[in-house]
Design a protein around this ligand. Structure first.
Ligand SMILES: C[S@@+](CC[C@H](N)C(=O)[O-])C[C@H]1O[C@@H](n2cnc3c(N)ncnc32)[C@H](O)[C@@H]1O
Length: 231
């Protein structure tokens, strides 16, 4: 199908959500010059950009699957809890340890922040590139039955990473916590995401073997995941 299903994409809801993300992004980007905690503002900007791109790339490259949930704003309780804890940690540490939070007290803080920006930008690029490459074979909801247009994707970024969108998401999320200099939330994100992707990849691959048989098993043997300790 070339066009999105209008019933699953109520125009008022899609435009309201896009507008909301754009407004929040604009406020946090526009007020950068007025605040000390600039990395927190960049974190909100990256968050808005991530959720906008989830919908936009699905709409452009995978229109038969796009729907209002493609913004991925309802991404589970764990995801919401992690970001809530991250925001609270940032604010509490900023009040009680402003020097630590702004990175002026630690020599290695600026290195962590730079690494965080590399992870966020790199992770976002890999995730978006994966969604474009897989196009109609990509779906936010795990496919339990094979659709006609579902082909095994092994080219482009999928020849280097077996689950590039998960790889991108994992490092993007950890990068956000490095930018915020949030030690507690960094560990929390790492545990929650690692456990989630470990289970998700296992169940996703059992379906992919059902759909593509030996071809997927060969692909699995040849291409790594590159998320630590997930084979
Ligand atoms: C959210 S997408 C994630 C895709 C992939 N795991 C990744 O990280 O890029 C989940 C859907 O992609 C499909 N999928 C995963 N790997 C695939 C591949 N190499 N070729 C085709 N479909 C794939 C699965 O069947 C599942 O329904």
């Amino acid at each position: 199908m070339r066009y999105a299903d209008i019933k699953k994409n109520p125009l008022d809801e899609v435009s309201r959500t896009s507008f909301g993300l754009g407004i929040v992004l604009g406020i946090f980007l526009g007020s950068l010059g007025l605040v000390r905690l600039k990395n927190f503002h960049f974190y909100i900007v990256f968050l808005c950009l991530f959720h906008f791109l989830e919908y936009y790339i699905t709409a452009k490259y995978n229109p038969s699957k796009v729907n209002v949930d493609s913004f991925l704003l309802n991404n589970g309780v764990g995801y919401l809890a992690c970001h809530t804890v991250a925001i609270l940690e940032t604010l509490v540490e900023y009040v009680y340890m402003p020097g630590f939070k702004t990175g002026t007290e630690c020599r290695w803080a600026s290195g962590v922040v730079v690494l965080g920006y590399v992870c966020v930008l790199g992770g976002q690029a890999v995730r978006s590139w994966a969604m474009v490459t897989a196009s109609s074979s990509f779906s936010h909801v795990l496919a339990k039955e094979r659709r006609e247009d579902h082909v095994l994707v092994k080219h482009g970024i999928y020849s280097w990473l077996r689950h590039p969108s998960y790889f991108g998401f994992f490092w993007w999320a950890l990068g956000t916590q490095m930018i915020l200099l949030n030690p507690v939330s960094f560990v929390l994100f790492a545990i929650v995401l690692w456990r989630f992707f470990k289970a998700r990849i296992a169940s996703e691959e059992s379906y992919l073997i059902e759909f593509f048989g030996i071809e997927y098993e060969r692909y699995r043997n040849d291409v790594p995941v590159r998320i630590p300790f997930i084979k």
